[in-house]
Design a protein around this ligand. Sequence first.
Ligand code: ARG
Length: 457
Amino acid sequence: MKLWSGRFESGTSQLMDAFNNSIQFDHRMYKEDLSGSLAHAKMLAKMGILTEDELKALVLALKEIEAEIELGSFKFKIEDEDLHMAVEKRLTEKLGDLGKKIHTARSRNDQVALDFRLYVRRECQTIQELIRELMSVLVEHAAVTTDVIMPGYTHMQKAQPVRLAYHLLAYFEMLKRDVSRFEDAYERMSLSPLGAGALAGTSYESDRFLTAEALGFSGPSENAMDSVADRDFAIEFLSASAITMMHLSRLAEEFVIWSTGEFAFIEIGDAYATGSSIMPQKKNPDAAELIRGKSGRVYGDLMALLTVMKGLPMAYNKDMQEDKEPVFDAGDTVKLCLTVFADMLRHTTFKPEVMLHQCKQGFLNATDLADYLVKKGLPFRDAHEVSGKLVAYAIREKKILETLSLEEMQTVSNLIGEDVYEAIDIERCVENKKSYGSTSLDSVNRMLELAKAYLKA
Ligand code: ARG
């Protein structure tokens, strides 16, 4: 017998039950469902809808159900349709008519909106903590690599030398914004839908402020219809998740590139690499590749829910039951990727000599040569031209700028003097950056202090 069977003459088909149920996946919100019911029961008692004795019995039964679920003795059955009805059914098995009173002044529509918000809020918090964990590993590496100089790239072509710490701290900033996106989403979803009823509110003397406060919300939602029909909080969660995955995927891609024999900037620890079944020499960066790959599935989760919600008329529609799996999947994936990344990063060694060596091939100081000529009085565009000519000459001669003789340089510009060698020294090029937020040591040290202070707060 379904809890809603009153107006029906016969039951649903097995196929319909299998198709219609959400209990196979929504049972993971059981904690949220039980705490929602607890808050609701307390409110009903406060309003005189339940007696104090009834409340006591309900509180006890809800605790027992929680224990049953945790022990695995509570069986989630497809016929029960969803978590909410399974719990109500069990309450009624335990308490008889009293169990049937719990649904007074609420509907499954506000119940599911509540459970899902509580679940997503918790995910936001967990993910924030995991992002911060990854950020702290980045800072650990950055703190000991402020003197390591590596090639900076644009278009994947060598551009200018930078500090490794600076490069790592760029990701720190991205992840910091990711944390704040989850924070923002958390705040916006912190209005309680409980007591909204099916769509119109309820005719009982209920107190939605009370339940909102008990559940840690900043208040009840303003418009009951909105709060049972809205899933943009979940979409915001998915969007913050997708953006976080995009950032992880970029760093993962750098790991893949840096761990190649051609680059050899890093060595990923054996704990996070795998071998080949045929090629004995291989050490593959599978963890990084999987993180890069899993970004695709989180984007898919975001697109799935955006598409489910698009065009749905007010208020609740069963389509919305499709909201949970993408959110569960995205949350699981982001949490796993963050955890793996943090540990892989801990097990990664950087190779400063290779990085510095690569800085000395590829004319990463050509901009500094132009800047040198500007200081000697040449307009920047002309200086760019001179530097470019010298690069072309050096390439023809199979040399680098540092190994060109003063005479060779002076054939292109007589403004060049002996002091040019200091100006194009790679470490000097890094240190000469003076602008706020640059790669110079002072600037990177300041970033590092700010990063540490952020993590302490
Ligand atoms: N299982 C439903 C869901 O996940 C719960 C709400 C159902 N409400 C209803 N009136 N059918 O969305």
